[in-house]
Design a protein around this ligand. Sequence first.
Ligand code: C5P
Length: 278
Amino acid sequence: MTSLALSAPAKLNLHLRVRGRRDDGFHELETLMVTLPGLADTLEFFPSENFGFTCDDPSIPSDASNLVVRAALAYQAASGQGIRHRLHLGKVIPHGAGLGGGSSDAAATLRGLDRLSPAPLGPAKLWELAAALGSDIPFFLTGGAMICRGRGEILEPAENVPSIPVVLLKPAFGVATPDAYRRWRDSKEVPGILYTAQEAHGLTWFNDLERPVFEKHRFLAEMKQWLLARQETEAALMSGSGATVFAVLRDGSDAAPLIAAARRELDPGLWSWSGLTA
Ligand code: C5P
């Protein structure tokens, strides 16, 4: 019998400014993140004598390198209580996609364990645990639309962000986030690719990580330009450090023909999703 099942949604970065490299090796950011409630992993909590973790995707490690396991161990250490639940993760969000899947799973772990605890740690302590585990994880404790600064862990609710129709496309390969940041400063623009800010739905869309990622993965740059040339598309951008590139749809445009054409003209193996931002 399940004690609790939580949705762990993906995120999109609607803008991402890299302000510079910090002394601790991380990069100072300003990014607008929104959750995608319709694209989510599921984390189930089952009563158990001991902690355990399983995942329906065999390619996901289930040892201490998994962020769910690391979040559970961090929670256990902070609370001083043994974890009396077994966790099962149903994976939907692709990996290496810039959609925050692993971070969202970790945040759901902390939220769930605290909800099930007889002595909850509360939001401030959860934020601290989340920030120590990864830059995006505090955002997923609340989700919605947030301006994230610092490494990404300093949050401010973003006002007046509408719900926006988007189409997400991702090739089979993923992008390694540390590599994208490492190459940010010295990378060059690929000629013929649009990097400057775009206006759509009353927002400004740009991503400073496109420069290092597109330089290494030209196909992602091509996908962006291909999307920009489609009449359904109002703006197109990479999310986070990739490899997802997404289209902001014009009002009244259909996602299905756009996705079908992308598979036909770009790559038959593309992963896709369409729906609304939070
Ligand atoms: O914090 P997280 O584990 O998600 O970050 C993964 C990697 O991305 C970091 O080890 C770092 O190399 C890079 N990163 C960064 N600046 C940030 C966030 C991440 O340099 N603000």
